[in-house]
Design a protein around this ligand. Structure first.
Ligand code: PLP
Length: 394
């Protein structure tokens, strides 16, 4: 008999993953070329050449015990130094290897941070729409997720409501920009206002409130938009980064946490996160790929490929009468469903073999997410289906 907690989790298992499985089922019936799966954020762009070269180089030229062995639970020291230097170079920060913990992707990093920070009943605030897995990560450590309602005008966070939701039990706030599922980049003005509110509330309650910047999409931005580096705006900021999207390596499970020395109780947090990484069963981030990313910190996937997809899909959907905010980052479009019930709308799309995810999975009913990290010609072939779908609602 499985645990009660897992029974509930299995019942509510990820809609996105279910959609992915549905795609495979439909492909077996209709042929893969006739099924348009926009459900999963699985990068379609190749990892940069430097990554492949680095894999070969590490395997051929580095000491085998070093490449495949255990190391400190935080990761290889030289890798962490390289990561810290790269961040300092890009953002003018002053980190060193002690501020970096290599993690099993962003998901691993977030679980490490919540294990480190949360007592049962501690509250973690998120802004809807948000990456649905946050629910599970917070629930893993008996925290309470507190949701700020979506601002559907431009999908910047609703900071007035945010202020009212901070309580003495608030331990952390998650910010994800560029955002999954909207693709919106939070403006510098938003970040400054949010930081001021947090400073004020910390003083009011005499507690530390940690801002967790979950940034797997940092490099995936368009039109020259810049993404503020949050440690520069708010002292108690922790960063969770991932190479899953920036280097198209989601299956390799590699990312890192930044725990700046300035944050309250930094030394304890660093020590605890190190232990959490071990006892959650990760032990350490995968060794080979740690050594690889250290050699590729200035590389990025070819974002112009996603940009081309974004333009085609955004322009076409707008022309067909859909309502959506043009995303400035990530590889998602968040579209208003053409009926109130987003799940019914997603089912209507499925009749055209188009697989998309209901906004309710992201805490924002009435919308749906389209992941455009797919081949360009798949979008082209899906467009007639999107057009017919829009016509059905006219
Ligand atoms: N956070 C957000 C907002 C994501 O979209 C994802 C993955 O899609 C993750 C975290 C998890 O990323 P990773 O594959 O690095 O664990």
């Amino acid at each position: 008999m499985i645990s009660k907690k897992m029974t509930a989790l299995v019942q509510n298992s990820s809609v996105i993953r279910a959609m992915f499985e549905e795609g495979k089922r439909l492909a077996a019936i209709h042929g893969a070329e006739n099924v348009f799966d926009f459900s999963l954020g699985n990068p379609s762009v190749e990892p940069p050449k430097e990554v492949k070269d680095a894999i070969v180089d590490v395997i051929m030229n580095e000491n085998t015990n070093l490449v495949h062995g255990y190391m400190s639970n935080s990761g290889y020291e030289d890798v962490r130094t390289a990561v810290a230097n790269s961040i300092n170079h890009k953002f003018g920060t002053h980190f060193n290897e002690n501020n970096i913990i290599m993690t099993v992707g962003a998901a691993g990093g977030l679980n490490v941070i919540f294990k480190t920070l949360l007592n049962p009943g501690d509250e973690v605030i998120v802004f809807a729409p948000f990456f649905g897995e946050y629910r599970n990560y917070v629930n893993n450590f008996d925290g309470e997720l507190v949701i700020v309602s979506p601002n559907t005008v431009d999908f910047q966070p609703d900071l007035d409501e945010f202020e009212t939701k901070i309580t003495p039990k608030t331990k952390a706030v998650i910010v994800n920009t560029p955002n999954n599922p909207t693709g919106v980049v939070y403006s510098e003005e938003t970040i400054m206002k949010l930081s001021n509110i947090l400073d004020k509330k910390q003083k009011e309650y005499g507690n530390s409130i940690y801002l967790i910047s979950d940034e797997p999409y940092r490099e995936l931005v368009y039109d020259g938009v810049s993404v503020p580096y949050l440690t520069k705006y708010y002292k108690n900021t922790l960063v969770g980064y991932s190479f899953s999207k920036s280097l198209s390596l989601p299956g390799e499970r590699i990312g890192y946490l930044v725990i700046p020395t300035e944050v309250d109780d930094a030394e304890d947090i660093i020590a605890a996160a190190n232990v959490a990484n071990r006892i959650l069963g990760f032990v350490n981030a995968p060794s080979l790929i740690q050594r690889v990313v250290a050699k590729c910190l200035d590389s990025e996937v070819d974002v112009s490929i996603y940009n081309r997809n974004r333009e085609l899909l955004y322009n076409s959907l707008t022309e067909y009468g859909f309502t959506l905010v043009k995303p400035e980052g990530a590889f998602y479009l968040f579209v208003k469903a053409l009926e109130d019930d987003d799940k019914a709308f997603v089912n209507a799309a499925k009749k055209h073999n188009i697989l998309i995810v209901p906004g309710s999975s992201f805490g924002c009913p009435g919308y749906c997410r389209i992941a455009y990290c797919v081949e360009y010609d798949k979008i082209e072939r899906a467009l007639p289906g999107f057009k017919k779908l829009a016509e059905e609602y006219q």
